[in-house]
Ligand binder design. Structure first.
Ligand SMILES: [Zn+2]
Length: 173
């Protein structure tokens, strides 16, 4: 009994209908249980090309990783015959783009609420100072900051309302 008898003919030799020698370069990466995977890989690359690619890297760990990558590429190409891996890449790219937009919005909202909190603390502090009757120059300074903040907020609120009213008017006619 030769080596193939012990570990079973490798997927590549089974495909080529030949004896699987003990030193078969493809046996460690395409064992007998990977017949289906190898049949997909062979749609993309010739046996010689697969061997050359595996030989282009030195250590076995990298060779195994390469075989894994070839199988993955072949599977994706099998599912997406036209675009192959590009279809997956494009899908992921769009997902990243959407997530980045979402992150940007969350960061902006975060900044807005932080600012709002800061201003409400100023307001609270200021109120306390003025009721105790010891309003300092700094208190006046904070007051003007608060007025500015309030006017900005009110301005935006008015704009929001105006936009909504405009929208409703257009909707009505
Ligand atoms: Zn073999």
């Amino acid at each position: 009994m030769n080596d193939a008898g012990a570990r079973g003919k490798c997927a590549a030799c089974r495909y080529q209908r030949k004896r699987c020698e003990e030193n078969c370069p493809l046996a460690p990466f395409f064992p007998s249980n990977k017949v289906e995977d190898f049949n997909k890989v062979i749609r993309l690359y010739k046996v010689g090309t697969i061997i050359n690619m595996l030989n282009s890297v030195a250590d076995n760990e990298k060779k195994a990783k390469m075989a894994e990558t070839l199988i993955l590429e072949a599977k994706i190409r099998y599912e997406n015959p036209v675009y192959g891996c590009i279809a997956v890449e494009e899908k992921l790219r769009l997902e990243i783009e959407e997530t980045m937009k979402e992150l940007d919005l969350v960061q902006k909202a975060n900044t807005y609420f932080k600012e709002l909190r800061k201003r409400s603390l100023y307001y609270k502090k200021n109120k306390e100072t003025s009721t105790s009757g010891t309003q300092s120059f700094q208190g006046h300074k904070s007051d003007s900051t608060l007025e500015e903040a309030t006017s900005i907020t009110e301005h935006h609120a008015i704009q929001d309302v105006e936009t909504r009213v405009d929208y409703n008017d257009n909707d009505g006619t």
